[in-house]
Design a protein around this ligand. Sequence first.
Ligand code: ATP
Length: 311
Amino acid sequence: EVPNILVLGSLNMDLLLRVPRAPEAGETLIGHSLALFPGGKGGNQAVSCARQGAQVRLLARIGRDADGQALRAALAHDGIALDALQVDAQTPTGRALVMLEDSAQNRIVVLPGANATLQVDEALLARQLAGAQFFVTQLESPLPAVLQAVAAAHRAGCAVLLNPSPMQPLPDTLWPQLDTLVVNEVEAAAYAGCAVATPEQAAAAGQALRARGVARVVVTLGAQGAVTVEQGGCSLQPAPQVQAVDTTAAGDTFAGALAVALAQGQSLAQATARGVRAAAVCVTRVGAQVSIPTAAEVDAQPEAPAAKELP
Ligand code: ATP
């Protein structure tokens, strides 16, 4: 059975500037290249779900401009249903300025544009949720809209996967509505209020977040892989060793592949291993949506090192 996933989130046109290294304040240096790439966390996660074989609908907002049209065309090309896509006649499509260094380090500034005026219509949302096993969202969209949609999905019995990025303060009432929380180490540390660098610390942070009511937590640890935290215990799903050139969209690729595997009925550990393999392909390519692998490309990737149980 084909998994059915509703994604609510942002769409940005990424202006990617490749540089040998970031300039110091007041310094001028010569860059390598400048190009436009479709991005935005909502769009990226929707594309990741679609390329892993899910039927995907995206609830997002663009401007009435060329960037919006290019984003729409890219998403349609991936077979994503866009009947819930809103067009704002007054506000430009979201943009992100991405500076990518030779070291693969990136620096990103987001201009929310039309993402900031995304609206959630409860009746429409209920129809869009019909048949979906997962509702997937992030925090590049207005927080009130995200909270409203999460509550509606939870009430409708649809499992909610939240990737609370970019980080912002969240109400205590949110956590018990989440089936799966996906955080990177910085977010895990901030939301749990403890240091997170090692897998053991990630597991402890995940336990602290579970204590607030989240059913399952995954902490992504970059090149180390990802840590799963659920009732039965914790595990590290290590990443395969790859040559990372651009980690943009790695977390989004991971979240999408995780959601699809969970919707297919895989265990949290199996689904996380799948997400880690998908993200490992993403980091070897430049750009956001263009770097997200298909299921066949993930299958062709070598197996990651064996998982480790964590205390
Ligand atoms: P981003 O913001 O760059 O999209 P993130 O900060 O949300 O990412 P990370 O933990 O950095 O999240 O990366 C997400 C996942 O991508 C990791 O769990 C890992 O599976 C994979 N990944 C990231 N960097 C690497 C790397 N250098 N080698 C292999 N896998 C990587």
